[in-house]
Write a protein that binds this ligand. Structure first.
Ligand code: ACO
Length: 162
């Protein structure tokens, strides 16, 4: 089992994994248009942290780091159907937090959570209150109706992974 972070960089393995993740998002996020999923996954300003087992993608999180603003927006998050509720979602999120802090220099995450995923995000430490000053994110991410904006403040020191 391994956790990798990659973007659309043309490396064969990365491209195969990104396509695998696209298929998982396509099934697990049925309200998201598939063209939109592909557009963000393949957009070079987005990165994807993925769980890989036996060279197969089990799930992943696609996010956009806004380096100057020191926050990241999580666009998509899913684990393949038959591997859910086994702890992969939590381990994935911990790898994302570690990578975002240590590689991207981020202090916060924002995400628009689906109603049914709010419980998962709360378990990962996200809040429905937004403490991040609005001028740090306003204009960078879109405002949507009907979805819940949630925030996570990355701990500056905590070891998130072993
Ligand atoms: N609602 C409430 N609690 C949840 C949910 C949920 N939908 N999913 C998992 N949990 C809980 C688990 O019970 C567990 O609790 P515990 O620690 O007390 O045992 C904890 O959250 C972590 O569970 P994991 O096993 O680590 O989570 P999993 O591997 O299943 O991944 C995920 C969670 C990503 C939400 C997965 O279930 C999934 O892919 N769901 C369908 C797609 C989805 O809803 N994605 C998020 C959409 S929002 C967005 O993408 C920005």
């Amino acid at each position: 089992l391994k956790f990798v972070c990659c973007s659309n960089d043309g490396i064969d393995d990365h491209m195969v994994w990104l396509i695998g993740l696209k298929n998982i998002f396509g099934k697990q996020l049925p309200n998201m248009p598939k063209v939109y999923i592909v557009r963000l996954l393949m957009d070079r300003s987005h990165k994807s942290v993925m769980v890989i087992r036996h060279n197969q993608v089990v799930g992943g999180i696609t996010y956009r780091p806004y380096i100057s603003q020191k926050f990241g927006e999580i666009a998509f998050c899913a684990i393949t159907a038959d591997e859910q509720v086994k702890g992969y979602g939590t381990r994935l999120m911990n790898h994302l937090k570690q990578h975002a802090r240590d590689v991207d220099g981020l202090t916060h995450f924002l995400t628009y959570a689906d109603n049914n995923a709010v419980g998962y995000f709360i378990k990962q430490g996200f809040t429905k209150e937004i403490y991040l000053e609005k001028d740090r994110w306003h204009g960078y991410i879109k405002d949507y109706d009907g979805v819940i904006l949630m925030e996570y403040k990355i701990d500056p020191k905590l070891p998130y992974t072993d």
